[in-house]
Design a protein around this ligand. Sequence first.
Ligand SMILES: [Zn+2]
Length: 292
Amino acid sequence: MEWENIAVPSGYLISWKKALNLRRMSMRIDRYGEVISVQSEVERNGFTMSVHVFYIDGMLVDTGASRMLEDLKEFYEEVPIEFVSITHPHEDHTGTAAWLLREKSVPIYIRDTAIPQCRTEADIPAYREMIWGERAAFDPSPFGETIQSDHHTYKTIHTPGHEENHLALLDEENGRLFSGDLFIHPKPKVIMEDESVPVLMRSIRKVLEHDFEEMFCQHVGYIRYGKAALKKKLDYLNEVSEQVREMYKEGRTLEEMNNELFSDVPAIVPLSDYEYDSRHMIRTIIEDAAID
Ligand SMILES: [Zn+2]
């Protein structure tokens, strides 16, 4: 779609054109149809982590990490933000929310049950604070079943598994999904202790029941064939689950399964003091199999 055809006020167009000139080393701004994608990076101890925030029709989706504020501030000053939708309360999605509330006085929406934890400064492990920075307290408002910008309506789909209050935002009319951290990677080898493979799979299935094609992932960015990418992730998780169930029936221990299925240990595992670990994938699959 050419920008001239986007049905939005002209001030908006001038703003995003200015915004596209705001490129700098640690920040990248792209446009996909009506969506502006802002990618910011943090680098710590050899780790480079990338987070996106998205902007469309007055709505900002997620707010990056607090260590990205200096980059993001410039963008926030250039586009007319009417409200903010937050997919889940993790610190790399809520890091600049306090600034936005204070400086822009815009409403910030999150799932109702996530509100109490947002009202205090986040208590996060040291390695996460080292990467992302701290997350200041802010006072958000609850999402309804849908959320509306001037020209678009989004269904808020509860999609736990990565985090219990996680929501994905779906614009059914335009086939566009803002997936938060539902996707991140097609073949994850590690998850955090609080995550659950079976719960995540149920959420992916729920989202796949809807019609959409494009996906905007907070870590990967724009994914043209988003639905296909999510399907691929579901297939992979299915495969791992079947292997684990089979080995569990054979009486193999969690350690034996882990050595066989996930012999490579990514650096995040020791760095996170095992908050990230492939064992959590296996454990949550076994726990779920035991309930069935
Ligand atoms: Zn997250």
